[in-house]
Every structure is written in structure tokens, then in C-alpha cells.
Design a protein around this ligand. Structure first.
Ligand code: NDP
Length: 242
């Protein structure tokens, strides 16, 4: 039986976040599912509870620091601690830089980078006070290599890796993990961006994409290590990826 942890997962209403919530709940942890689409969260929490797992949800927009802080404060009030934050929420409206889709750039910066920083800002004081905690940031293979037309997306994910490594160096009492998925079958390519680019990305995911459970398994591995072992980075990509 694994240690029972209190885990907050952002972007838990679909894809990797949903798979992670399912996996960590099945591993015996208490999961708090955060996202904007509450109907999805309600359905998932109901399903998890019916299966005998421990779960709750919170409406969460990671771009809104006050909202993130309020959710964390509420969890701390009721549970006394957050052991693990999985900073998973993300968006990927892809296009060429030269197309100057500035609203899309800003959305990626707001969700993928500011959202991760907001999560860190909200949980870090409590973790430092306890001298323990684990922050899992979801980056991407795009955090290791820039491929146009994913330039601004890559920039946000490189930044997530940079923040994670800096945080790791600053906080030797906190575990910091970066999980970098490759093409994974989720809803990520379904919204925004250049129509042609997003279509090509959907085709690629359709062709070689792996299941979100593979990413959830990597997260569960890092979470399940003993407290003195800090898994800093895992890349999980389809074997067929170039
Ligand atoms: P999905 O689109 O399936 O899931 C994205 C999640 O993020 C949703 O639950 C969505 O919930 C949430 N989200 C988006 N914006 C916000 C916001 N402002 N506040 C709170 N939650 C938000 O995609 P994935 O599961 O694929 O994406 C999860 C992570 O994995 C992302 O960080 C992505 O960049 C990363 N990733 C994915 C890869 C892939 O191939 N799928 C590859 C590499 C990395 P809601 O809309 O309900 O708020």
C-alpha cells in the first residue's frame, strides 16, 4: 500500500490530467481535480468515488492567481497539506511565428508558463513551512527541441524546464519533477491555432500518439519514490517519433 498523499492536479478535465487523476486515485492518493469545465470534473469525481477512490474537484483557472490561491487555501484548510502539485494544464494553438497570432501566443504564455508559476506560488509557502512537498511540471518534448510551427509553444515549455531546474536548486526540501510527453492522444490539438497546422498535428497524433496513461504512469513513478529520491526529468514519447 502506497503512502496516502494529497495531490492537486491542474487540467484534470481531459487528457493527461484526467489519466493522472485516475492513476493517482487508483494508487490510493486523495486527488483534487482542477480545471474550468466543472461538468467534466463532477462526472470524473463521481466515477472515482463509485470505484472506492478518494477524490474531489475545484473549479480552477490557472491564469487567475487569486483563483489558484483560493483553491490551495481551501485544500490546506480542509486537509492540512498538499503533498503533490501536478502542474499539467496547458494549451497548444500552433502557428508560424511570422503569422503573428499574438492572442494565441499570449494564451500559451498565460496558461503554460504563468499558470505553472501561479501553481508554484500558491503551494510553495505551505510546502516550505512543512519542509516537504513535490511539484510535478508537465513540459513536452518541445521543451528539448524547437520545431516550427511550435515555436512559441516550445518557448513556454523550455521556460517550464528552466523554472523547474531553478526551483530544484533553490529548494532542497522540495522535490521537483519535469515530465515531458511526446505526441499523446488527448484533446490538445482540438482548439485554436492555424487550421492547417493543427490538422497536421492531429494527423500525427492519430498516427503515432501514445495513450495518456503512459504519461500518468511516469508521473506515478516519480510521485511513488521515497522522499529522499527526486526524479527530476522523464521524457516519454512514441517509439515511432523522429
Ligand atoms: P488536453 O487538451 O486534453 O488537456 C488540457 C487540460 O488543461 C484540460 O483539462 C483543460 O481543462 C486544462 N486547461 C486549459 N486551460 C486551462 C486554464 N486556463 N485553467 C485550468 N485548466 C486549463 O491536453 P493534454 O492532456 O494533452 O495536455 C496536458 C499537458 O500535457 C499540457 O501542459 C500539454 O502542453 C502537455 N503535453 C501534451 C502533449 C500531447 O501530445 N498531448 C505533448 C506534450 C506535452 P479546461 O478546459 O476544463 O479548463
Amino acid at each position: 500500500m502506497s503512502e496516502h498523499k494529497i495531490v492537486l492536479v491542474t487540467g484534470a478535465s481531459s487528457g493527461i490530467g484526467e489519466a493522472t487523476a485516475r492513476r493517482l486515485a487508483a494508487d490510493g492518493h486523495h486527488v483534487i481535480l482542477g480545471a474550468r469545465r466543472v461538468d467534466r470534473l463532477v462526472a470524473l469525481v463521481t466515477e472515482l468515488k463509485e470505484a472506492g477512490h478518494s477524490a474531489e474537484y475545484a473549479q480552477l483557472d490557472v491564469t487567475d492567481l487569486d483563483n489558484v490561491r483560493a483553491v490551495v487555501t481551501d485544500v490546506l484548510t480542509r486537509h492540512g497539506r498538499i503533498d503533490v502539485l501536478v502542474n499539467n494544464a496547458g494549451v497548444m494553438p500552433l502557428s508560424l511565428v511570422q503569422d503573428l497570432r499574438i492572442d494565441d501566443w499570449n494564451q500559451m504564455i498565460d496558461v503554460n508558463l504563468r499558470g505553472v508559476l501561479h501553481g508554484i506560488a500558491a503551494v510553495l509557502p505551505g510546502m516550505r513551512q512543512r519542509g516537504a512537498g513535490h511539484i510535478v511540471n508537465i513540459a513536452s518534448t518541445a521543451a528539448n527541441r524547437v520545431d516550427s510551427p511550435g515555436v512559441v509553444y516550445s518557448a513556454t515549455k523550455y521556460a517550464v524546464r528552466a523554472v523547474s531546474e531553478g526551483l530544484r536548486q533553490e529548494t532542497t526540501d522540495i522535490r521537483v519533477t519535469v515530465i515531458s510527453p511526446g505526441l499523446t492522444r488527448t484533446e490538445l490539438t482540438q482548439a485554436g491555432g492555424d487550421t492547417q497546422v493543427q490538422g497536421a498535428m492531429r494527423d500525427a497524433v492519430e498516427e503515432v500518439g501514445i495513450d495518456a496513461t503512459a504519461i500518468a504512469a511516469a508521473i506515478a513513478y516519480a510521485v511513488g519514490q521515497p522522499a529522499d529520491i527526486d526524479v527530476n526529468e522523464i521524457i516519454v514519447r512514441p517509439t515511432a517519433s523522429v
